[in-house]
Ligand binder design. Structure first.
Ligand code: GLU
Length: 427
């Protein structure tokens, strides 16, 4: 299936790596850290570039370029997803690996941050081509990967099947089963109950906590969601279940609005049949910008980076923005939203449900004892609510945006670990 669609409100031209560095620098300054902390944090520890030759179904060879960025491992092994996307760049992967370091730290997980990306369009590739790409990629990354070294997971356009091929390839290379090398696996080979839904579910837990805080009832609350992939569709489903109205949804091919709310199951069905939620029969077609500016209680950006830009932010009419995507809001938009009193739940908090259940999955793999879905969801809720409270309280105390507070909490934890390990020099 060949689908050619846009990436959202703007091309991904804003450099996320520079944005991320600025966020870290601000936190280091606010915490009054020794200069060595930013000196180390401003750069990933290692970035590996790989080229993966794949024999395509028609017999010709295509060489796919990709990267794995390992940002910081002061708190534990590098951890983070692998994305397959035609527009991935090395700077994007570096930024995403940096965000992972702080995402894991906000949640208090024993991990550092990593991220990978391969330039390809999986929507136009056959299953066989995808399998050969995934196995080739694992072959290339194997020397720097492992349950105690770097643990990849699903991200944009990658899924449990791709994780399964990669685990199989790694296990074949090592000559023993190593399920803990990847997370987001199918249940049959060491996956965790609840992992698939975890990013959307974690985002919903933080949104519910924020609504409680602002005194907004969930029943009848209007919700707009940009992105209807793994995170967005689950968030829609869970909020709908709790009585919220999904008034606007969109993906890279189209967006739709319906004041009375839409049924996420019907939306998912429509997307399965047509490839997009745009054109939903009872909805009114809208643009991505209109979607982001829908009048609602909760807006959930669940697509790619740099969607809420300065141009869009002035017209946002949500009380809460729950970032299920990585890096959806630019720093300029952040300032505008803060001034307008919109409560932004930052990505390194609100999108952390996935990696939190990845941690549960990995620890189940290492111990060989598996938990029920109910147990996983309870522990996820507890972890998300605890992190929300820590960040929210700090943001209130200091009168700063939740993103700044989240970075301060996270950067402090990483810096403390680096200090005690002796990386920051003499005290
Ligand atoms: N790709 C997800 C993220 O950006 C999950 C990462 C993981 O589970 O390691 O948080």
């Amino acid at each position: 299936m060949e689908i050619k669609c846009g990436t959202g409100t703007e091309e991904l031209t804003l450099n996320c790596f520079e944005i991320c560095r600025r966020q870290v620098k601000e936190a280091c300054d606010a915490l009054d850290l020794e200069p060595a902390a930013y000196e180390i944090l401003k750069q990933p520890r290692r970035v590996m570039e790989v080229a993966v030759p794949v024999i395509m179904d028609d017999g010709h060879v295509r060489n796919f370029v990709g990267w794995r960025s390992q940002h910081n491992d002061a708190l534990g092994p590098f951890k983070g997803g692998l994305r397959f996307h035609p527009d991935v760049t090395v700077d994007e992967v570096k930024a995403l690996s940096m965000w992972m370091t702080f995402k894991c730290a906000v949640l208090g997980l024993p991990y550092g941050g990593g991220k990978g990306g391969v330039r390809c369009d999986p929507r136009g590739m056959s299953r066989g081509e995808l399998e050969r790409l995934s196995r080739g990629l694992m072959g290339a990354l194997a020397p720097i990967t492992g349950p105690e070294r770097d643990i990849p997971a699903p991200d944009v356009y990658t899924n449990p099947q791709i994780m399964a091929w990669m685990v199989d390839e790694f296990s074949r290379l090592r000559d023993y089963n190593s399920f803990g090398v990847m997370t987001g696996k199918p249940l049959l080979i060491g996956g965790s109950a609840g992992r698939n839904e975890a990013t959307g579910r974690g985002c919903v837990y933080t949104c519910l906590e924020a609504m409680k805080q602002l005194g907004i009832p969930v029943a009848g609350a209007r919700v707009a969601i940009q992105g209807f992939g793994n995170a967005g569709s689950v968030a829609a489903h869970l909020l709908h279940q709790r009585g919220a109205r999904i008034v606007a949804v969109g993906d890279s091919c189209g967006s739709t609005f319906q004041a009375g709310g839409m049924d996420p199951a019907a939306l998912a069905d429509h997307k399965r049949r047509t490839g997009t939620v745009g054109g939903f029969p009872t909805g009114t077609p809208i643009t991505t910008e209109q979607l982001l500016q829908t009048e609602c209680e909760v807006l959930i950006p669940a697509a790619l980076e740099n969607q809420l830009t300065a141009r869009v932010a002035g017209g946002v009419r949500a009380r809460i923005v729950g970032e299920a995507a990585n890096g959806p809001t630019t720093p300029e938009a952040d300032v505008i939203l803060f001034d307008r009193g919109v409560l932004v739940l930052p990505d390194i908090l609100a999108s952390a449900g996935g990696v939190t259940v990845s941690y549960f999955e990995w620890s189940q793999n290492l111990s060989g004892y598996y938990w029920s879905e109910q147990e996983v969801n309870q522990k996820l809720e507890w972890a998300m609510v605890r992190a929300f409270r820590t960040v929210y309280d700090m943001s209130q105390e200091r009168r700063i945006p939740m993103r700044s507070a989240a970075f301060m909490v996270a950067v402090k934890r990483v810096a403390d670990a680096m200090r005690v390990r002796g990386w920051l020099g003499p005290a």
